[in-house]
Design a protein around this ligand. Structure first.
Ligand code: SAM
Length: 202
């Protein structure tokens, strides 16, 4: 499956089968592990169908979901409406433009399962820096760089192709080149890690 939208990041298509829910049975615990807390204004960058967005809305003060694919934003909007949450905005656009698109600076930018496909990662990090309040944080949840055939879910190899996967070291170098500083690294079993960065003024 591929997406032909201009600017679409390689290998970041939203899975169509039900394996995403099997891989992420407890998205709220992922958010807790990377540090999303009550009172925060959060941007869910490359939010997809809203699987994490809904839990961010429950955990934080407000969430802005940003994605390039308007059909997925519609699915996310429906998911949050159904659950009765009202503290969410939905923005269609390219992640590189997030500061301009969102307007108000955020306490936290959360980006799951998309950073591996970004062609110019320092550029994205600079864009995130611009969208954060002083002292704000950026969390990236990435697939570990394991061979795709090893990362099975519901009996099938899943996730981006092996060559696209990034180590925590590569992710850190790319984001620090954009001006943020890594503060923590957490395991997100079974196949992911979370790298957490801070605005340098912290
Ligand atoms: C694999 S999905 C992950 C969705 C969600 N973060 C999750 O983990 O459930 C990656 C998302 O990135 C979005 N995306 C791809 N390129 C983008 C871009 N240039 N700007 C914003 N979103 C983009 C896709 O539309 C897709 O929804």
């Amino acid at each position: 499956m591929s997406n032909t939208l201009p600017g679409f990041f390689e290998g970041t298509e939203m899975p169509t089968a039900g394996w995403w829910e099997a891989l992420w049975p407890d998205p709220a615990s992922v958010l807790a592990a990377v540090g999303v807390t009550q009172g925060m204004d959060v941007i869910d960058l490359c939010s997809g169908d809203g699987w994490f967005t809904l839990q961010i809305a429950k955990a934080a003060r407000h969430v802005t979901a940003l994605d390039i694919d308007r059909n997925l934003l519609d699915v996310a909007r429906h998911r949050l409406n159904e659950s009765g949450t009202t503290n969410c905005d939905f923005i269609e656009g390219n992640a590189y433009d997030l500061a301009k698109l969102v307007g108000e600076p955020a306490d936290f930018v959360f980006m799951a399962n998309a950073f591996h496909g970004v062609p110019d990662r320092p550029r994205l990090a600079r864009a995130v820096l611009e969208a954060l309040k002083p002292g704000g944080q950026f969390a990236i949840v990435n697939w570990h760089p394991r061979p795709r055939e090893e990362t099975t879910v519901l009996g099938e190899p899943r996730g981006p192709k092996t060559e696209l996967r990034l180590s925590a070291k590569e992710t850190t170098a790319a984001v620090e080149a954009g001006g943020l500083k890594r503060t923590r690294l957490v395991e997100v079993p079974p196949y992911h890690y979370g790298a957490i960065f801070s605005h340098p003024s912290r």
